[in-house]
Design a binder for this molecule. Structure first.
Ligand code: C2E
Ligand code: CA
Ligand code: CA
Length: 556
C-alpha cells in the first residue's frame, strides 16, 4: 500500500515503462542472437545429415562393388555350380547385397536357380540405367522387384565371355538415416518408399537420387512452407554422383533444440523479473526529487501568472496588478506558490522562474498594459535575486522588447528576506530605478530586518501586510503602527498599498487614514490572464479618467 502511495505516480510508471523498455533491448538482442544460433545449428545439422547420408550410401556401394570385383577376379563368368557357391558366399558376407546373379549379353539372368530368378525376372521393372563413370565398366540400374521393393542393381563385366555379374541392393539400405539421427523419436528402419507413402516423419523429408536424377528413394513427404521456414540440406557424392536432399521445417529443428530455447526463456524471464523488481525498488526507495520536478515543470511551461488587481480606493479605478505565480500541472490542478517557491528559492531555480513569468506576462497582457500607461505590473522578487547585479541587465533585456514600459514595472522585495550585502543591493535598486522600474517592500511589518533599515534602500512603495489590515480599527497597537507607516511613507514620498483587504469596512478605514491603493478579495482574487484582461477592458469604460497624464504626474 505504502509502496503504491509513495512510489507509483503517473510519471514513475512512465519512467519505469521507459526503463524496462530500454533495458529489454539487450534481452531482445540476446533472443534474436539465440534464435540465430538455433537456426545456424539447425542448418548445420541438416547439412551434416545430408553428407552422412551420402557417405553411408557410398560405403554400401563400395562394399557391393568390392564383392563383385572379387567374384570377377575369382573368374566368375557364367553360373555353374562352383560359381554359384562363390556368389552365394559373397551374398551372405556382404551386408547390403540381397542377390548376385550373372546376366547374359541381353541382360537376362542366366542363374535360374537363384531365388527363382526367371519368374522374378519377368516381373522386375527397370526404371533407369546409367554408367558409373567413377568405375569404368560399372553400371547402375534402378528397378522394382516383383515384391514391390525398390532396388538398385550394380553390374560389371565378368572376367570373360561378354556376361555381366550383377548385385541387387534394396534402396532402403542406401537411404539416409537422418530421421533416425535427428529425430530419434522416429524409430530406425521405418524408411519410406519411393512413392512417398512411408512413415510420417512429421515433416522431415529426405530423398536420394542417382547422378542422372533417377529417384532411389524418398522418406516422408516433401514439406511445403510458403513462409520459407524450411531448412534444406543438399549433398552430392564425390565418387558416384549420388545426390541427397533433406528438408525439415524450422519449427521441427528448433524443437530439437529445447536446451537453447530454455536458456533463452530463462534468461529473458529472469531479466524482465529483475528489471521490474529493480524499477519498483528504486521508485520505492527514492522519493521523487522535487527540485527535478520543478525544473521539468519550468521547461514544460507549467508556471503561469495570475493577476491580482490593485485598486485606487479613492476613485475605484484600476492601478494595475500583482503577478502571483501558479503551478498549473498537466492534470489541470493548480498549486499555490507557498508549496514550491521556498524550494525554487533555495535551489536557485527562482531566477529562471521569475524571468519566465515576466516574459509570459509580457506576452499575455503586455499589449493591454502597454496601451494604458497608468497601469503597473508588480512582480515578486526573491531577496537573493538582488545579490547579483546581472539582474539589472536581465530585467532590462526582458522589458526592452516588451510592450510593457520599464516605468510600468514594479519589483516587490519582501521584508522577510535578509539582505546579505546592503551596499550591493542598494546599488542594484538604484540602477533599476534609473531604468524607470519601481521597487516595493512587501509584507511590511512582518520581517526581522527592521523597516528603517529597508527604507534605506530607497524604495518607492511599501505594502502593508494583511496582518495589520485585519486588525486595523480594532487593535490599538496595529492601528498606531499603520498610521505611523502611512505618515512615514508620505514624508518619504513613497506610495502605500494595503494587502489582503477583505471587507468594505476595511476599505473605509484605510481610506480615512490616507491610504490610496489596496488589493484583496474584497475587490478580486488573483485572476487568470483572460479574466484580468476582461477586467482591464471593463474598467476602461467604467472610468475614462485612468489618464496616463494624471498617473504619470502622480508618479513623478
Ligand atoms: P504575497 O506577495 O504577500 O502575495 C499576496 C498573497 O496573499 C497571495 O497569495 C494572494 O493570493 C493572497 N491574497 C490576496 N488577497 C487576499 C485576501 O484578501 N485575503 C487573503 N487571505 N489572501 C489574499 P499567494 O498567491 O498564495 O502567494 C503567496 C506568496 O507567494 C506571495 O505572497 C509571495 O510572497 C509568493 N509569491 C507568489 N508569486 C511569486 C513569484 O512569482 N515569485 C516569488 N518570489 N514569490 C511569489
Ligand atoms: Ca507580493
Ligand atoms: Ca505581501
Amino acid at each position: 500500500m505504502g509502496l503504491f502511495a509513495r512510489g507509483f505516480t503517473r510519471q514513475n510508471i512512465v519512467a519505469i515503462a521507459v526503463g524496462v523498455f530500454l533495458a529489454c533491448v539487450p534481452l531482445v538482442v540476446f533472443n534474436f542472437w539465440l534464435s540465430g544460433v538455433t537456426d545456424r545449428i539447425g542448418r548445420e545439422e541438416i547439412d551434416l545429415s545430408a553428407r552422412n547420408a551420402i557417405v553411408r550410401a557410398e560405403h554400401r556401394l563400395v562394399l557391393t562393388m568390392g564383392a563383385l570385383d572379387a567374384l570377377a577376379a575369382g573368374g566368375v563368368t557364367a553360373c555353374d555350380v562352383g560359381e554359384r557357391g562363390a556368389m552365394q558366399r559373397a551374398t551372405f558376407e556382404t551386408a547390403p547385397i540381397k542377390e548376385i546373379t550373372v546376366l547374359d549379353g541381353a541382360g537376362r539372368s542366366i542363374c535360374p536357380q537363384v531365388d527363382n530368378a526367371a519368374a522374378e525376372e519377368a516381373v522386375r521393372r527397370v526404371h533407369s540405367s546409367e554408367p558409373l563413370t567413377a568405375r569404368p565398366g560399372y553400371a547402375l540400374d534402378v528397378l522394382t522387384a516383383g515384391n514391390g521393393q525398390r532396388m538398385i542393381r550394380l553390374r560389371r563385366p565378368a572376367a570373360s565371355g561378354g556376361n555381366e555379374i550383377a548385385a541387387l541392393v534394396p534402396t532402403s539400405l542406401l537411404l539416409p538415416q537422418l530421421a533416425v539421427d535427428l529425430f530419434d523419436a522416429h524409430a530406425a528402419g521405418t524408411f519410406g518408399t519411393a512413392d512417398g507413402t512411408g512413415p510420417n516423419h512429421q515433416g522431415v523429408y529426405a530423398k536420394l537420387e542417382t547422378g542422372n536424377g533417377a529417384t532411389l528413394g524418398e522418406i516422408g513427404q516433401r514439406p511445403t512452407d510458403a513462409s520459407g521456414a524450411l531448412f534444406i540440406g543438399r549433398s552430392q557424392s564425390g565418387q558416384f554422383g549420388l545426390r541427397a536432399e533433406m528438408i525439415a521445417p524450422r519449427a521441427l529443428l528448433a524443437h530439437g533444440q529445447w536446451g537453447l530455447r530454455w536458456i533463452g526463456l530463462l534468461v529473458t524471464g529472469a531479466g524482465v523479473t529483475m528489471l521490474a523488481l529493480f524499477a519498483a525498488f528504486m521508485s520505492y526507495r527514492q522519493p521523487r526529487n522535487p527540485v527535478t520536478d520543478i525544473e521539468r515543470a519550468l521547461a514544460n511551461g507549467e508556471f503561469v501568472p495570475y493577476y491580482q488587481p490593485i485598486v485606487d480606493i479613492a476613485t475605484g479605478q484600476l492601478r494595475g496588478a500583482e503577478v502571483l505565480v501558479r503551478w498549473k500541472k498537466p492534470d489541470g490542478t493548480l498549486v499555490l506558490p507557498g508549496a514550491f517557491i521556498p524550494l525554487a528559492e533555495s535551489s536557485g531555480l527562482i531566477r529562471a522562474m521569475t524571468y519566465d513569468l515576466m516574459r509570459r506576462v509580457s506576452d499575455e497582457v503586455g499589449p493591454a498594459i502597454g496601451q494604458r500607461l497608468g497601469l503597473k505590473v508588480s512582480f515578486n522578487f526573491a531577496g537573493n535575486l538582488f545579490a547579483d547585479d546581472v539582474v539589472v541587465q536581465d530585467v532590462f533585456a526582458i522589458f526592452a522588447k516588451s510592450p510593457i514600459k520599464m516605468s510600468q514595472v514594479v519589483l516587490e522585495v519582501t521584508e522577510r528576506d535578509p539582505i546579505e550585502n546592503f551596499a550591493v543591493t542598494r546599488q542594484i535598486v538604484s540602477a533599476l530605478q534609473g531604468m524607470g522600474v519601481r521597487i516595493a517592500i512587501d509584507d511590511v511589518g512582518t520581517g526581522h530586518s527592521g523597516l528603517s533599515y529597508m527604507l534605506k534602500l530607497g524604495v518607492d512603495i511599501i505594502k502593508i501586510d494583511k496582518i495589520f489590515v485585519d486588525s486595523v480599527g480594532t487593535d490599538r497597537n496595529s492601528t498606531t503602527i499603520v498610521e505611523t507607516l502611512v505618515d512615514l511613507a508620505h514624508n518619504m514620498r513613497m506610495d502605500v498599498i494595503a494587502e489582503g483587504v477583505e471587507t468594505f469596512e476595511q476599505v473605509m478605514y484605510l481610506r480615512e487614514i490616507g491610504i490610496r491603493a489596496a488589493q484583496g478579495y474584497v475587490f478580486a482574487p488573483p485572476l487568470p490572464g483572460s479574466a484580468f484582461l476582461k477586467l482591464v477592458e471593463a474598467m476602461d469604460t467604467l472610468g475614462e479618467s485612468v489618464a496616463p497624464e494624471r498617473d504619470a504626474a502622480a508618479a513623478a
